[in-house]
Design a protein around this ligand. Structure first.
Ligand code: Z5A
Length: 211
């Protein structure tokens, strides 16, 4: 792909502030004159949004971890083919709320699926496509769950035990330590203006470094 747009993702446990920061990143891209799309996972396409409803709904309680993993990648395959790759090929930037790092964190760290099995699906579905920049909004699960709880009724993931989110957080941090150039950690436990200042600095630096 020549002159393709950049692929930016936001990650973190529930209530970390991804949706809030996504809007800010969009504003920064707009100010920099970049064309972009905003999207999310699981979801982003009509089929993906249907899979999202199935994945988050309490009626799916007891779904096996492998089923959950495969549905995440089914939604991702559709998302890549129908939306992400075409946008990047048109030169648009893609701003996505969660992507495959979430699978390593939730299905890997949270559910205990070995990373090697996730990697097989990643290679099959993505064929080397990865985010260029990932902002990991890191905070203690107690803080994130309290913020998320104030906002809406819990979905199927949000009813997991605290220990589940501690494993998810640790898996995210392990990913960031393994790929420090791509995954930039933001201290999301700070008050919103401070979090937004950290995000703005990282995104401005990335925009100016992009070809
Ligand atoms: N999932 C998975 O298991 N595997 C995968 O591969 C993928 C996903 C892709 C849906 O994701 C679920 O899918 C998710 C993992 C799983 N688990 N759950 N649940 P989601 O991203 O759509 O759902 P979410 O994580 O629950 O998003 P969220 O709760 O909307 O969180 P957020 O977007 O990070 O937070 P927010 O809405 O921006 O902020 C939450 C509240 O906190 C809000 O009232 C803000 O005003 C407030 N806030 C934000 N920042 C601050 C600061 N700094 N201080 C104080 N208050 C703040």
């Amino acid at each position: 792909m020549s002159n393709r747009g950049a692929f930016i993702t936001l990650e973190g446990i529930e209530g970390a502030g991804k949706s809030t920061c996504l809007a800010l990143v969009g504003q920064l891209l707009q100010q920099a004159g970049r064309q972009f799309i905003e999207t999310r996972e699981p979801g982003g396409t009509p089929l993906g949004e249907s899979l999202r409803r199935l994945l988050l709904d309490h009626s799916s309680a007891g779904m096996s971890s492998d089923t959950e993993l495969l549905l995440m990648f089914a939604a991702r395959s559709e998302h890549l083919q129908q939306k992400i790759l075409p946008a990047m090929e048109e030169g648009k930037w893609v701003l996505c709320d969660r992507f495959t790092d979430a699978t390593y964190a939730y299905q890997g760290g949270g559910r205990g699926i070995p990373a090697a099995r996730i990697q097989i699906l990643e290679e099959w579905v993505q064929k080397g496509v990865k985010p260029d920049l990932t902002l990991l909004l890191d905070l203690p699960p107690e803080t994130g769950l309290a913020r998320a709880g104030k906002r809406s009724a819990p979905d199927r993931f949000e009813t997991e035990a605290l220990s589940f989110f501690q494993r998810v957080r640790q898996a995210y941090l392990d990913l960031a330590w393994a790929e420090p150039a791509r995954i930039r950690i933001v201290d999301a436990s700070r008050p919103l203006p401070e979090v937004q200042a950290q995000v703005s600095a990282l995104v401005r630096e990335f925009i100016s470094s992009w070809r």
